[in-house]
Design a protein around this ligand. Sequence first.
Ligand code: 13P
Length: 263
Amino acid sequence: MARLDKLYIGTNTKMYKTGAQTAAFLDRLGQNTADLAREALELFVIPSFTSLETAARHAAAAGISLGAQNMGWEDEGPFTGEISPLMLKEVGVKVVEIGHSERRHGLGETDEQENLKTRCALRHGFTPLLCVGETGDQKEAGISDEILRIQLKIGLRGVTAEQAGGLWIAYEPVWAIGASGVPASREYAEERHQAIRRVLVELFGEDAGGAAPILYGGSVNRQNAPELIAMPAVDGLFIGRAAWDADNFNRIIRDVVPLWKGK
Ligand code: 13P
């Protein structure tokens, strides 16, 4: 299986932080992490749409990759309220987050829509960050791996092995996300990451299927970040609340970077 030689760590700021607040956050995070070599660290921030243009300048100066929280799958057209790949390209976005649980479960997005977005993102040269994860009910019913398999097989339908190396996957169990969430245990996260990897290998073969990083997200904090990243199948962390203060995010990054030996 291909070795992943970078630690992936980033945050989605959801519907928090204005453009000015995002710029200040990126500046502070950049200063905090300036001494950390980016060859072995993929640090990314996914702010609100209205922040992106300002954020692009501040992120580039800070060695931080910029992402968008969503994307429409057509280049242009009568799609009121949607943001097209051309618009995201214009402002310097690299990563496109697709299928976050708040969009799937709060706004009714489907696996078929995530697939259209993923393929569109790849076509335009973005890095799709496809989020998958089971609900609490699905976990209790013992069908977590089946749900992940469906989300991946439909979400990645039509993606070629050649394109698959450009994918990032986030495993974000719905029951673990947000203020009412309970973080997954490291053992549980490891099992699901292994299940996701098996599907990627089935779809794309050992090399391409082994090359896409799988990040864990859902109530990651300073206490659990080191034990999660120490798990063999956890390639990175995708953090919400605990990363929105740049100093706290920096502490988490510094705790986990030394644990990273490459995988
Ligand atoms: P929390 O870390 O706040 O639970 O959010 C995780 C998340 O949704 C990242 O996309």
